[in-house]
Design a binder for this molecule. Structure first.
Ligand code: PBG
Length: 320
């Protein structure tokens, strides 16, 4: 049968296609800002908002209504400090948001906490710095473990350590188990590339990063390192491994998903989102078609799970 015949109707296409875009495989990031009194537009990410705790819970309910599989809150604290103390504070913005969202959506949506210090530190780095100003691996993972437990206590069903420190998955698994959270899963950022596509997100979370993360994120020209990192995360007890960004790294998604049994998530990051939105605003690409095509490509490469700023809108209307 020729490709033309298989493409004739939607029924034919989904019968013969190898990739679907069920809402249940999509994850919606949600930004929450301490002190926000409702959704406020994010300048660097047109179409996205910084929420209050209450409006974040409403947005999560909307995502649940649309059949989205998971939500991933990111919080902007009232105060940053050297150690990122608010990240593990039970009354910190992230924990308050997790409680409100979990209460709103119950078990219908997986609530995933981002475990990291970068929104909470004055220097904007992901971990704790040593006297020389370098990220201290062991001190950082001890801190991540406390953050993960605080998030699980607040209602996160899964945590996603994004700090790229060695041994972070094992340390978090131990800490969660020790705190009685054996049921809480880990989505590990196995491959997080030092990417130019995170720029708009840093605006969204008001990051104070100076310098860069090249010493602990991966070099975009190296895919073998990503495979090793993914294998380590699997060994350390990850439940899902993640590749980030998504579209520039389809080969890595493909390689990781064909080499291990775990589900593979891909994070379609802020720069990927903004590129399509900007081109659509310029009238040079068809927005809905471009969005769907990026999601299909990521899915086709082997991602079971896609974190995308379009999740709820795509599930609701196909972004049309
Ligand atoms: C770390 C984190 C970042 C993103 C997700 N988690 C920022 C970074 O590493 O600088 C970026 C996601 C995006 O660009 O959409 N908290």
């Amino acid at each position: 049968m020729s490709a033309g015949r298989l493409g004739r109707t939607a029924a034919f296409r989904s019968l013969a296609g190898d990739a679907g875009l069920e809402p249940a495989g999509l994850v919606q990031p949600i930004f929450i800002r301490h002190g926000a009194d409702g959704p406020r537009p994010i300048e660097s990410m047109p179409g996205q908002f910084q929420h209050s705790v209450a409006s974040a819970a409403r947005f999560a309910a909307e995502a649940a209504e649309a059949g989205i599989g998971a939500v991933m809150p990111f919080a902007i604290p009232s105060e940053k400090d050297e150690l990122g103390t608010e990240a593990s504070d039970p009354e910190g913005i992230m924990q308050r948001a997790l409680r409100a969202i979990a209460e709103e959506v119950g078990d219908t949506v997986v609530v995933i906490g981002d475990v990291n210090l970068d929104e909470y530190t004055t220097h904007g780095h992901t971990g704790v710095l040593d006297a020389a100003g370098e990220v201290d691996n062991d001190a950082s993972i001890a801190s991540f473990a406390r953050v993960a437990v605080a998030q699980a206590d607040a209602g996160a069903a899964m945590v996603a350590p994004s700090g790229m420190m060695d041994g972070q998955v094992a340390a978090i698994r131990d800490a969660l188990d020790g705190a009685g959270h054996e049921e809480v899963g880990i989505m590990a950022y196995a491959a997080k590339f030092a990417s130019g596509f995170y720029g708009p997100f840093r605006g969204a979370v008001e990051s104070s990063l100076t310098g860069n993360r090249r010493s602990y994120q991966q070099y975009p020209g190296n895919s073998r390192e990503a495979l090793i990192e993914a294998a380590l995360d699997v060994e350390e007890g990850a439940d899902i491994v993640m590749v980030k960004p998504a579209l520039p790294y389809l080969d890595v998604i493909d390689a990781i998903s064909s080499r291990n049994e775990l589900p593979v998530a891909a994070y379609q990051v802020s720069g990927e989102y903004v590129m399509v939105e900007a081109a659509a605003r310029e009238g040079v690409v068809d927005r809905a078609a471009a969005i769907e095509e990026t999601l299909l490509a990521i899915r086709r490469a082997g991602a079971t799970t896609i974190i995308t700023y379009w999740a709820t809108e795509f599930a609701t209307s196909g972004c049309r």
